[in-house]
Write a protein that binds this ligand. Sequence first.
Ligand SMILES: [Zn+2]
Length: 506
Amino acid sequence: MRVVLAGIATETNSFSPIPSPLKNFGSGPGPLFGIDALNAFKDTRISFAGLYNIAKDWGAEIDVPVIGRCNTGAPVSDADYEVMAEKILESVSRGCDAILLGMHGALLTQSGSDDGWLLERLRMLAPDTPIGVSWDFHATMNPRKVNNATITRCYRTAPHTDTFENGQAVARLIRRVLDGEVSPVTVWGNIPAIGDSESPGMATASAVLAPVMAMAAEAERDPRVLACNVFGGCGVADTRESGPSCVVVTDNDPELAIKLRNRILSALWERREEFVCVHEPLSESVAKAKAIKAGGARGPVVLGDSCDSANCGGADDDMAVIREVMKQGLVDVAIAPIRDPEVAAAMHAAGNGATITVDLGHKVKPVDGFGAEPLHVTGTVSGLYDGQLVVTGPVFTGTRRDMGPCGCLTVGGVQFVVTTERAEPFDFGIFEKVGINPREKQYLILKGCFNFVPVYKEIAADIIFCGGNGANRTVLQAGEAGLYKNLRRPIFPLDQNVTFDLTEAS
Ligand SMILES: [Zn+2]
């Protein structure tokens, strides 16, 4: 038996000013191929490792043509995407018995293409070969992706703590297909709505979404149901089908699949208002953080600047939140990261203990004129570090990250973690590597999305997501700025009086 196992993963933010070149699809030289890819990821907790964890016991030759993973940014060039996709197609063209893929599913190319392009070609090349795909909860589903995969399955959690388990589940289902035990049929549908990954209602454990997730889990207890998938979708990926959707895979029972899909879609439609993120004014969020500490709460108050999170397409260099924090006089603050290659280089040139005066942040110009000025500061350099770290938190555990040369710049009561590359705070490493103990701070500002919550909630007095100026626009902001060019219309919440008829769901 021969199995092809691969992955291409990035969540495109169509409004991000950060490009997504091929070299960013890895920690270093770009995507990894063959044995290098296998060795780099097989012991992590990403979905690829889960797929491998099951398939390695099949006694098969496993070929890993490519694994490419890139932080969220602007659409990928079609040529770069094809470099990775062609590796997979070439491996499959040599003949194989199963194809296992770990994809994000919100990737877009500059021409508007997506992973459906790859799946369609794989299906043409290997019409009878089972294809199992592990998708992110925030993937955009569409007919090309759904109809060309044998098994579609996505994470059940946001924050994503079951990526490995999802890979395992996909591989187990493909094994059952190979053994002739099941004959999968798939139906999908979406609702005429779009939401924000950062809205509290999009967390799978929230009071909003937990009942829907429970409904899907209950459906999967029926042996005829192979996978009942709830997708949140990605609000900043500007493509026709963006938004919440449902994909049900049954064992040759299309009627049951349609019934379950309709039930899930109805539940999602009822909750559409809860998927929309509206930030309170930034000054109120900061005042709230100050009041919590004034009340004597233990542990740092965490301000989440998801608007400028690398995981959401932010540049990691917007200064709006820290500016407000300094204006309101908060002290004993640590903020991570501020990506500023020029300042990081100046810090390394000056050395630990040196005092430097710099213009910090705002080196990347936003696509639509949002944003403010850099911060002119004089600070002391410490904690210089080469930027290598391995994620220990429960999200993307074991993956390598490269922040590039970095360090701590202390300006009065504020410590800035200044990096050369964008970085997502998945655990405490981003602070600890430059000598800051986050547990001891009064306030932490994280340029991160919900994925930091599982780790930081353990030490935080409270976590407040606030409205900054970064490239991660809310759906309403993007709609108001006229940024959507490809999204289907009418759609909630951008258009008035949108209705949903289940018979149009597929
Ligand atoms: Zn996601």
